[in-house]
Design a protein around this ligand. Structure first.
Ligand code: ZN
Length: 208
């Protein structure tokens, strides 16, 4: 199944919300919903072309779920029936630009929806494993940058699906980037990024 729409959940791990507080990103306990076009996807094996002259590009390692559909008004208790697959991805973010946009109350697309903004691993079948007990890491050039566990999400995957279904009729091929834990940081040309997690796979990209 190809990804047709990418939904992203922001501010979903308290430790990440806290690490951005100094940029004026206020913790309010509510998640943020935004989208990226599917054209942002960078499959494994293709280079991540970093934007130039727009400040820092940060890696945000995230669990990504692929949906079978679900339509509207999915109840939280039924939501995981909509999950087809799971993997890891990067919600790449132009952090300096995002901070400027946030502080001006402007939309985030310029900072979140640029070409190559959504490196994506290969979906593994969802086998009813506990989606709130998955650990994953992000290494850059062999150094550990992010280490997260979905147990620490503020909004569970089921809750995210239910929330999205209040606004969109969920379709096969919808994917959700479910938020990032602490440890986000800049990428520069030449960096090698590796995402890895038990049951989720291991995926590497090179930045240019
Ligand atoms: Zn994110």
């Amino acid at each position: 199944m190809n990804v047709k729409r990418i939904f992203c959940i922001g501010k979903n791990y308290a430790d990440h919300v806290a690490e951005l507080a100094h940029l004026g990103h206020t913790p309010d306990g509510e998640c943020v919903v935004f989208m990226k076009p599917a054209s942002c996807i960078v499959p494994v094996g293709e280079p991540i072309v970093l934007p130039r002259n727009v400040g820092s590009t940060h890696h945000e390692a995230e669990l990504v779920v692929l949906l079978t559909g679900g339509d509207r008004d999915v109840a939280v208790e039924d939501a995981l029936d909509c999950v087809a697959g799971i993997t890891l991805g990067l919600d790449l973010t132009l952090r300096d630009l995002q901070t400027q946009l946030k502080n001006k109350g402007k939309p985030w697309e310029l900072a979140k929806a640029f070409d190559c903004a959504a490196p994506l691993g290969e979906f593994q079948p969802y086998l009813q494993q506990d989606l709130q007990a998955l650990s994953f890491t992000c290494h850059v050039n062999g150094s550990l940058r992010q280490s997260g566990n979905t147990a620490h999400m503020l909004y569970s995957v089921a809750r995210q699906i239910s929330i999205l279904s209040q606004t969109w009729a969920l379709q096969p091929g919808d994917a959700i980037y479910t938020g990032t834990p602490a440890g986000v940081g800049p990428l520069v040309p030449g960096d090698q990024v590796v995402l890895e997690g038990p049951g989720l796979g291991r995926y590497a990209w090179t930045c240019t």
